[in-house]
Design a protein around this ligand. Structure first.
Ligand code: SF4
Length: 353
């Protein structure tokens, strides 16, 4: 089913021209990890992320003296840049003046509300949205060992800040409420989604490394997307930002939100497998079809006995057989070829689809 059919209705904000919320596509974000001041390293990470499909990038601004570096990043970046600021309202205002497309703050650590209102004035004058970012670690509530109590504290704190922004007349708000536990993240965002119409930035914070991070994020973010909740996502990995972007795009594809591009399904193999190295073949197919933009489902199956039938829903597929690789479409054989030839024919057929 089309995501828009059951998606939560939210307000729209513009982040440097990328619309977040409303009927806009769910955007993918990442955050640079180079030290503040490393302009070349930061720009290289942004370029890589943008080439992988990143829509919005966030950059930390730890101190006032780092604002000059942030300004350069904003000038050079090909995608909108969000300034990430903690503790000091003066940095937030300077970041807005330096060209931030959005800022992310946690009002709970920004000092007094007079200082926060000056940030809101500056953002409002420029038409720049603010993300209210609350997470389980930063929430003021004392009892952090009880998950349910912590979740409610995160919800109330995030909505409480949004309410104060509203009372001051500021509405260009994005809310993020993150917890390092995937199911808590789902429960918290469901509650927030039910009580306001602000666009939600969703993600599981401190998700970890490699498979741990991917699986945790897929459960937390995927669970919310399945409810129609989520306007922009970030998968938080320990590692290079580009990996977050690639995983984010794949997550949106798996959730049926991104439809264009090749979806590869492959069997786990078993004792009937007639292709020696299945993981290698799947990698070859993925590489061969990397430039295809149209929506097509391709199966890579280990044997011709069960493969075509098991993968009947695929538009086209490959299956191992004694004499090479069988090409099939909708469960029917299109002939048997040597591996290289089969890959080339696969590409040609998909281009003609
Ligand atoms: Fe086993 Fe063939 Fe099924 Fe793959 S397609 S799991 S090799 S029976």
């Amino acid at each position: 089913m089309d995501y828009t059919a059951f998606r939560r209705v939210s307000r729209e904000v513009s982040v440097g021209g990328v619309i977040v919320g409303g009927a806009a596509p769910v955007s993918v974000q990442t955050m640079t990890s180079k030290p503040a001041g490393d302009l070349d390293g930061t720009i290289a990470q942004i370029n890589e992320a943008a080439n992988a499909g990143c829509d919005i990038v966030r950059v930390a601004i730890p101190s006032l003296k780092d604002v000059a570096y942030f300004e350069e990043v904003c000038k050079v970046s090909e995608i909108p840049v969000v300034g990430d600021i903690h503790f000091d309202a003066r940095i937030a205002i300077a970041a807005l003046e330096a060209g931030a497309s959005k800022i992310r703050i946690n009002p709970g650590n920004m000092g007094n509300w007079d200082a926060i209102y000056r940030v809101l004035d500056s953002a409002k004058n420029r038409g720049i949205p603010i993300r209210i970012g609350v997470n389980g670690g930063s929430v003021k509530h004392k009892n952090k060992s009880d998950n349910r109590v912590l979740e409610d504290a995160v919800v109330e704190e995030a909505l409480g800040y949004a309410q104060r922004f509203e009372e001051y007349g500021f509405y260009d708000i994005v809310i993020s409420a993150k917890i390092s536990d995937a199911l808590s993240t789902i429960r918290v965002n469901r509650k927030i989604a039910a009580r306001c119409n602000y666009p939600l930035h969703i993600g599981v914070t401190e998700a970890g490394v490699e498979e741990d991070a991917i699986i945790k994020s897929a459960v937390g973010i995927g669970g919310l997307l399945a409810d129609g909740i989520g306007d922009t996502i970030r998968l938080s990995f320990t590692g290079e930002p580009i990996r977050e972007v690639i995983a984010g795009k794949k997550l949106l594809k798996a959730a049926g939100i991104i439809r264009e591009g090749v979806e590869i399904i492959s069997c786990p193999t078993c004792g009937r497998c007639r292709i020696g190295d299945m993981p290698e073949l799947v990698r070859e197919v993925r590489k061969k079809l990397a430039s295809i933009k149209k929506s097509v489902k391709v199966a890579v199956m280990g044997c011709e006995v069960n493969g075509p039938g098991e993968a009947e829903e695929a538009d086209i597929g490959l299956a191992g057989c004694g004499s090479g690789v069988m090409l099939f479409a909708k469960g029917k054989s299109l002939g048997t070829f040597q591996r290289g030839e089969a890959l080339q024919k696969l590409l040609e057929i998909i281009e003609r689809l």
